[in-house]
Design a protein around this ligand. Sequence first.
Ligand code: HSE
Length: 390
Amino acid sequence: MMTAASEPKENMSQKKTLKTAMVGWRGMVGSVLMQRMEEEGDFSSIEADFFSTSQAGAPPPMGDRPILDASNLKRLAEYQVILTCQGGSYTEATYQPLRDAGWNGIWIDAASTLRMQDDCVIVLDPVNRAAIHRALSSGVRTFAGGNCTVSLLLMAILPLIERGWVEWVNSMTYQAVSGAGAQAVLEMIEQTRHQVRSLDAAPEHATVMQLAEVANLSLTTPGLAEVQGAPIASSLLPWIDSETGDGRSREEWKGVVESNKILERGGANQPEMIPMDGLCVRVPTFRCHSQAVTIKLTEALPIEQLNRALLGGHRWLEFVANAKQTSIERLTPLAVSGSLTVAVGRVRKLQQADDMVTLFTVGDQLLWGAAEPLRRMLRIAVERSDELEL
Ligand code: HSE
């Protein structure tokens, strides 16, 4: 398995190049990003200062400079790079005023706010490294990480897309509660505690189904589901993000528009978009998003050929043979959590048609789904810093 810390090191210049403002580094994505940047020695090649919307003046996580005020645009404008995991509201309040004031630095963002703007590239360099470099050369300075399920899906099926074998994709997701934020995780834990307390108080000779009913009923207690709107412990929530008005959730809409933007398809002078759709579902898993994917192939390829392509796919892809024990051991959120491995397995032809294949994939939505593409974008910016006028 590719643990985060075991990623092969790439050469990083030790010369400190880019003056970088780190914003939103304490939250769930931000702290995973910090951990990865430390593991990879990224801080040795940038001059980082830490900003906060609420803790200016406090000691920094590293270095000597106290934490700076993240709402001070004048101060932020002194930096060549701003890397933010602070969230969409911060981006809305900060990004455009900075640009309007003439700031031409590199903005790297975890939030979705800017992703679909024409002047923003969604970064997932194992997939669109060439597009990122082209964009930098042509003066693009705004980069956003993609939606987590989008990035993880593309990492999983990239070998099939690259070979031109994918006509359309349907993905049914099983998204961890941490994708909904730290408060949602804490709420799920509290729901579970509440269930356990209720079970402890159940009559001694209760039947199994009576116990299940006690556990389920305990979740109807008012105040237990304020964050997500309905209990998730022992359950699931078949809607993620807001309603778009056409029956899709915003998470489902992102699936098709962001994927095709990363793949450079569907725009002017680009190849046709790959139709993608599916249902996004929140499940009571702490970390890792899973997806059950159906792919309509462009031709009825032998399953061995598909397996071989996935097996030799890329260094983060772990191909899991379609057998029960390997699948339940290695193709799960528990097995993948905290690693850079994107596991893919259960690959088999559908009974309905020889040109349709199904597969299951699991990836850590805080790593490849969020933090990893951002730190890699920063590294690309560092590599190009001599030629970029920042
Ligand atoms: N949109 C994602 C989710 C966040 O709701 O799961 C990324 O983890």
